[in-house]
Design a protein around this ligand. Sequence first.
Ligand code: PLP
Length: 400
Amino acid sequence: SLKLAERVARLKPSASIAAKKKVTELLASGRSVVDFTIGEPDLDTPPHIIDAAIAAMRKGDTHYTATAGTPELREAICAKLERENGVRYRPDDIVVGCGAKQLIFEAFAATLSQGDEVIVPAPHWVSYPDIVGVNEGVPIVVACGENVGFKLTPAALEKAITPKTRWLILNSPNNPSGAVYSREEMRDLTDVLKRHPNVWLMTDEIYEHLVYGGRASASPVQIAPELAARTMIVNGVSKAYAMTGWRVGYAAGPKDLVDAVTKLLGQSTTCASSVSQAAALAALTGDQSHIEQTRRLYATRRVRMIELLEGTPGLRLSKPDGAFYLYPSVAGLIGRKTTSGYVLKDDLDVALYLLDVANVAVMDGTSYGLSPYLRLSFATSMSAIELGCANIRKACEALF
Ligand code: PLP
């Protein structure tokens, strides 16, 4: 029988990919399920971006590109970083990959040795701890509860740092909590990092445009430029331009790190798809009005979802400042008995209960490292939001 490598044997499959598969199977079997597990924009890629991809194919952009990405795209990324984030990079400091996920993966592959620690504030994107682990590192998950707005505090960061710490990953706006660090909060964290010159910072800014209530997302490199020499900015076109399936992400950082990541890409994928890179170039350099339009759309859905769920017995809501998820606490449902006599013991049980009784698929907080919570995505239609929330409310009421 197949003998797996130790590091793969201990790797968990991505919970969000598994949820997507399960919902797809249920729908195919004829079940009507409202899907609140969606981790991507429900909109299609804007037409001008698709046109650019077609034009690129027709003019012969169908070959391998430079491993780090086409020079045009890397220029456009530098221009974007300066225009939107107020940070300056040269094209040599940029590497393009098949999604932000690949760049996070390769940066850890390039830098972690057995036992090196990576601080991962929770709740966290499902993949961080597993990507760290498969690359021989040890994820140090730091719980950041509702009482601190789901954000890492300077004291908690200071406490988590050890001589083995190699990286801190910050993700603002955060998936799944929607937390957005203010400039002051970000400065407090960068101040701690300044005292620990061996700790590198990975800043995942993929949801930067999805902020609500007048909030703005701030890049730590803009706030503390002196950290640029040990920071990797990770971003991509997936969420901002509804381009998840094109698989284009990028990273900016010190050249030695970028070169190491590029070396790994050169021995794995060679380069991101040439056509997708042409599309990403059009996305970053073309009309940007789509971003604000979709932000407004999500803002309306966010308000509606909160309205519909407010007062649901057993749910405690906190308003997300960014991204497209609610992360309600279900502490009030733990220990309740379902009509079939089953006692809900954790958020996994609650998620299963909602699927069975309310026909609503949600993600469990356990997958994001902070329980008992659920992640409900509002990257879906208003009619799905109306129906799903009404069903959740009824199912929760039935528990009391
Ligand atoms: N980072 C976060 C926080 C995400 O939520 C996601 C996607 O869900 C990614 C990175 C990966 O994005 P990409 O499509 O660029 O690989």
